[in-house]
Ligand binder design. Structure first.
Ligand SMILES: *Cc1c(COP(=O)(O)O)cnc(C)c1O
Length: 353
């Protein structure tokens, strides 16, 4: 049987390492995409044990699931659809990212149960969502009016960096600072106990750009052991792999073994494409080259000693010499996030404390 082992102790180590880097800024841990394929609830609890003080999801339903499981820390949801239940979010004290005046209006309309905690988003160049510099003063003014009417609390001002290049990040940082001063001039408190929290950085800027940390850093991929940089890997940043994919040999003969994981389990067939042709697994204590990836199985080179029932490690932290998630991402011509998040729910997960 194939199996995914989730290493919570490695994850906690990563969160503590990142929280120490970010301090005195606080650490918000992103648990979107089912905690990058690891399983949201155990990862959320481990993040809080290790020093994160808030959690980010994409959408309100995931935040409500966290509340339902008894998690009481601040939760931040920022991607809203036409059917998002803002009333439930407000009732369960989920902080809401707000990208436009129309979105703010919908939140204000739902705020009968109490004031909504809103984080106003300025678009600093990613062009995914957020108010443009032109729309920003009107969004802030609307939010201040809603605050005065008791329907919202302006809990934060935020944006997201594209990590496109140092020059682009510097321009985005300047744009963010301009938006903060505009908001301050319009009356958003930037000092004192009721001040709006400022947040911009995710893993990459959180690690390398101290001036982008502001009040809190929203760490994602780095906490899962994968470096956000091209020039250094996770272990090079002091991070540990948090997931191991093991697969069993179904048959072995003529120097070829068939393993019971395939593309339907999340392995990218592109490892055999133009950029690939180098993918390996660990089998019998040595690296074995991948020959084929099918829907349900993968074929690898084997030795004459390989027998059915042997266990191969596809990827993991590297302790036994197995490839890392980052190596698989490089072979597949993608990023580590995708390897992790693609890990299929049909592979049984074993959560290691
Ligand atoms: C995913 C996400 C993060 C974390 O990003 P990483 O690059 O994985 O650290 C932070 N903030 C927001 C808004 C996100 O969607």
């Amino acid at each position: 049987m194939s199996e995914l082992r989730i290493h919570l102790s490695a994850f906690r180590h990563n969160v503590a390492t990142l929280a120490a880097i970010a301090a005195p800024a606080r650490t918000m841990l992103a648990v979107k995409a089912d905690a990058y394929g690891h399983g949201m609830l155990p990862i959320a609890r481990a993040a809080l044990d290790a020093g994160a003080d808030s959690l980010a999801v994409l959408e309100v339903p995931a935040a409500l699931a966290l509340r339902e499981s008894g998690i009481r820390v601040p939760l931040f949801a920022w991607l809203h659809g036409a059917d998002t239940d803002f009333g439930a979010a407000i009732a369960h004290e989920v902080d809401l990212g707000v990208s436009s005046r129309a979105e703010l209006q919908r939140i204000v309309a739902a705020a009968d149960v109490g004031a909504a905690a809103v984080h106003l988003k300025i678009d600093t160049g990613l062009h995914r969502n957020g108010a443009s510099a032109e729309e920003w003063p009107a969004l802030v003014t609307d939010a201040l009016a809603a605050r005065d009417a008791g329907r919202v609390r302006i809990a934060g001002l935020w944006s997201h960096l594209a990590d496109a290049s140092p020059a682009a990040d510097a321009a985005a940082l300047a744009e963010f600072e301009r938006a903060i001063s505009v908001a301050g001039e319009l009356g958003v408190p930037l000092d004192g106990p009721d001040r709006a929290l400022l947040h911009l950085a995710a893993s990459s800027a959180g690690i390398r750009e101290p001036q982008a940390r502001f009040d809190l850093v929203r760490f994602g991929i780095a906490a899962y052991g994968v470096s956000p940089f091209d020039d250094v890997d996770g272990p090079g940043l002091g991070l540990r792999g948090t997931m191991t994919l093991r697969a069993e040999v179904l048959t072995a003969s003529d120097g070829v073994a068939v393993l019971d994981v395939g593309s339907a389990d999340g392995l990218p067939p592109s490892v055999l494409g133009a950029s690939g042709a180098g993918a390996e697994v660990l089998l019998g204590g040595r690296r074995a080259r991948v020959i084929g990836v099918d829907v349900d199985t993968m074929t690898v080179e084997a030795t004459s000693e390989t027998v059915a029932g042997d266990v191969a490690i596809v990827y993991g932290p590297g302790d036994a010499g197995e490839p890392s998630v980052e190596q698989w991402a490089a072979w597949a011509g993608t990023i580590g996030d995708e390897i992790l998040a693609r890990a299929s729910r049909r592979v049984p997960r074993v959560i290691e404390p």
